[in-house]
Design a protein around this ligand. Structure first.
Ligand SMILES: [Zn+2]
Length: 505
């Protein structure tokens, strides 16, 4: 038997990001396509809102006229909310006759009989359909949040995307038969209907993988970040099922406390420093923002300042992303089991001002803390660990957020009644241990991770939903108290899988 036949393979979802070098003419066209996708999204949202309003009116009418209770009326009256499915059919069937579409609530009042916008014919159909699907997702997320099906913070009523505010982007899903999205050469990306765009660097690795068939493209999202255009290719990649190296097995367990003061504290006593990009850019940014408020609206000077701010924030985001990748890579390539604490970044950074009934305490201090938490981006590192472990055979153990990892002594197990955030050193009254508070927490996390049951899940990179936290502490309590487990809300439908990451090549 050959070695290859014996080798087990796994399919993973990943994304390759390419920096594009469009010609000025192409860049304009990319903006137009993004504009069309945005218009389609807004159209879909408006149609949904209109149907929703009609339903509310009919419910009100029925309660008034037919003497139904509001609850009865809400249950008995149905007004279909248009979805991507309907819009798509509308695009196909009723290019010229709008009457039919208006009946189904796909057209907005007043739009009936109007000429189609020209972009409907020029832009790839898939870009429009994807935009409608995004609108579906926004709507479903809102409904789910309203009914309590969706975990996490309440999601607001779906809003329109404003030009210049919302990110310019469009998505095209791959048609396997047409081989639409592909690399024409290692330096040229072909987008169906659009044509070929030069790639800023090169995509040798991806080109080779496409050639050998280990990678299949499923979609491409083209988006603008600051002055640059990027293409993110989502692919299905076949990799040899990851196996642990001897070195990693010998290294064993590491506990990681993703934090504020340092990017990560490790249970082996190491502190991974925090790059603090924001601080280094803050001065320059503040100067630019001040200049912006003084500049005249519509002036050329103002446009230049806006561009500079865009570049700066973009640079900063890329640097932070690079750092997060480095931290995650090192962890994943060194240890067999990584223990981390379940993060609640939304909760950690929630506005410190509070509400009118419950004003926040220490607003200033907390605002500063929020800034530094966002600076470190622990959620980003956590997210990277999530998929990188799946590729490498390393097991990721997520420790319940309510486990007393900070307050417990990692040597004798005594639990402190109180430990404020200001106390950077853990001092145990019982055994006299004096240790950096984050390293103490990391050691507790490592201890919990070491006894957590091993899961086969790590091997299954193809799963659709993010993995469930492997909790080794009190579960019932979590069920009640946990409000916002990051990434724990499953995709709202079968279409979107848990995408992943961005690999810069
Ligand atoms: Zn102790």
């Amino acid at each position: 038997m050959s070695v290859q036949a014996a080798m087990a393979t796994t399919i993973i979802h990943r994304a390759y990001r390419l920096t594009l070098d469009p010609t000025p003419q192409q860049a304009r066209k990319l903006s137009q396509w993004a504009g069309a996708a945005r218009a389609m999204y807004n159209h879909a949202i408006a149609a949904k809102q209109a149907s929703h309003r009609r339903w509310l009116q009919e419910v009100a009418f029925a309660t008034y006229e037919q003497e139904l209770t509001e609850e009865q009326a809400r249950k008995s009256i149905k007004v279909p909310i248009p979805t991507a499915y309907g819009f798509n059919a509308w695009l196909t069937e009723t290019r010229n006759t709008h009457h039919d579409a208006a009946e189904k609530g796909l057209l907005l009042p007043g739009r009936d009989g109007r000429e189609h916008d020209p972009w409907m014919h020029e832009v790839n159909r898939s870009a429009l359909v994807s935009a409608m699907r995004h609108a579906d997702d926004a709507w479903t997320n809102w409904i789910d949040s309203l009914t309590g099906t969706r975990a996490g913070r309440k999601i607001g009523y779906p809003r329109f995307k404003k030009r210049g505010v919302a990110r310019d982007s469009f998505t095209i899903t791959h048609d396997r038969k047409s081989l639409g999205i592909r690399l024409a050469t290692t330096r040229r990306l072909r987008i169906p209907t659009f044509g070929e765009i030069r790639i800023h660097d090169h995509a040798n690795r991806l080109h080779r993988k496409l050639h050998t068939g280990t990678v299949e493209v499923t979609s491409v999202t083209v988006s603008r970040h600051g002055p640059r255009w990027y293409a993110s290719l989502t692919v299905e990649e076949t990799i040899p099922t990851p196996r642990l190296s001897k070195r990693k097995r010998a290294a064993g367990v590491i506990g990681v406390d993703l934090g504020v003061k340092v990017a990560a504290a490790l249970s082996n006593g190491e502190l991974v420093p925090n790059p603090r990009f924001k601080a280094s850019h803050a001065k320059k940014l503040a100067r630019l923002q001040k200049a912006l408020t003084k500049s005249q609206k519509g002036s050329r000077n103002r446009a230049q300042i806006v561009q500079k701010i865009g570049r700066l924030t973009h640079l900063e985001a890329r640097q932070r992303e690079g750092h997060a990748h480095n931290v995650a890579n090192r962890l994943v390539h060194t240890w067999a089991i990584i223990g981390i604490e379940d993060l609640n970044v939304a909760g950690m950074t929630r506005s410190s001002r509070g509400t009118i009934e419950k004003p926040g305490k220490n607003v200033r201090a907390k605002a500063g803390l929020n800034r530094s938490i966002l600076d470190v981006a622990p959620a980003q590192i956590r997210h990277l660990l999530d998929y990188k472990t799946a590729w490498s055979g390393t097991q990721l153990v997520v420790i319940d957020r309510w486990a007393p990892t900070s307050k417990k002594c990692s040597t004798c197990g005594a639990v402190k009644a109180k430990l404020t955030l200001a106390e950077r050193t853990f001092e145990c009254e019982a055994c006299g241990l004096v240790l950096d508070r984050d390293i103490n927490a990391a050691r507790n996390i490592a201890a919990l991770a070491a006894v957590a049951p091993s899961t086969e899940e790590t091997q299954n990179a193809r799963r659709a939903a993010p993995r469930k936290p492997v909790s080794s502490t009190v579960k019932q309590r979590t069920a009640m108290k946990r409000e916002d487990p990051p990434g724990s809300s499953p995709p709202s439908n079968g279409r979107t899988f848990h995408t992943v990451l961005v690999q810069v090549i």
